[in-house]
Design a protein around this ligand. Structure first.
Ligand SMILES: [Ca+2]
Ligand SMILES: [Ca+2]
Length: 215
């Protein structure tokens, strides 16, 4: 983890120092070809930097938001605790704006948007071949509070604490009553969404099918 704290210039100084020591010691050096990784220091830049330990936002030289190499891949990644908010971000290389990537991995591409409603632990992954940036959610804020009660509306009768909520695409779930399969709809399927000949449009599931499958 110590490399996290090294700024790019510091890394270069360290590399130079290592080289000097080799020369100074008179060693018959087998000069290792520097790995690509050693020359590449991707930094997560954006309006979220001040929230993750940088002195300011949009700071390509901030060591605190450096992404670290993922062994055996062309990827670099780091996990950050990000507070709730709306942000924009991209990745800049080697401490400057000379090389940066945004949306769709485009050089100098558009900022990527990020909105989180609560504090979250997010892993940012940058691929140095595709230059695309991904975000993996490692954890979201959890814990039910009384304030969440207001989100639980009728017909639910109890507070939501300890409950699981599911979303069901009823039509896709189970066809419990064939009498309602036609739905009384006629006309172009792109208008009505009704085409019993195509499962892409219609499956015939209904609440009766859902109830039949409840424990
Ligand atoms: Ca900020
Ligand atoms: Ca049905």
């Amino acid at each position: 983890m110590s490399t996290m704290t090294l700024s790019t210039p510091a890394r270069r100084r360290l590399a130079a120092l290592t080289t000097a020591l080799l020369v100074g010691s008179g060693a018959v050096a087998v000069v290792a070809t520097p790995s690509v990784a050693a020359d590449r220091t991707p930094v997560l830049v954006g309006s979220l930097q001040s929230e993750i330990g940088c002195p300011e936002d949009w700071a390509p030289a901030c060591a605190a938001s450096t992404l670290e190499p993922v062994d055996g891949t062309s990827q670099y990644a780091q996990t950050f605790d990000v507070p709730a908010g709306t942000y924009e971000y991209k990745v800049a290389l080697n401490g400057t704006w000379d090389e940066s990537y945004g949306a769709d991995g485009a050089p100098g591409g558009a900022n990527l948007p990020l909105t989180i409603d609560g504090p979250a632990t997010l892993r940012f992954v940058y691929d140095d071949e595709s230059h695309r940036i991904g975000v993996e959610v490692e954890s979201l804020a959890s814990g039910y509070t009384a304030a969440d009660d207001a989100l639980v509306a009728a017909p639910v009768r109890q507070a939501g604490d300890g409950k699981q909520f599911y979303f069901v695409m009823t039509d896709r779930f189970a066809n419990g009553d064939a009498r309602n399969d036609t739905g009384g709809l006629a006309g172009d399927r792109l208008t009505t969404g009704f085409d019993p000949t195509s499962t892409g449009f219609y499956n015939g599931g209904d609440l009766a099918g859902l109830q039949q499958n409840l424990d």
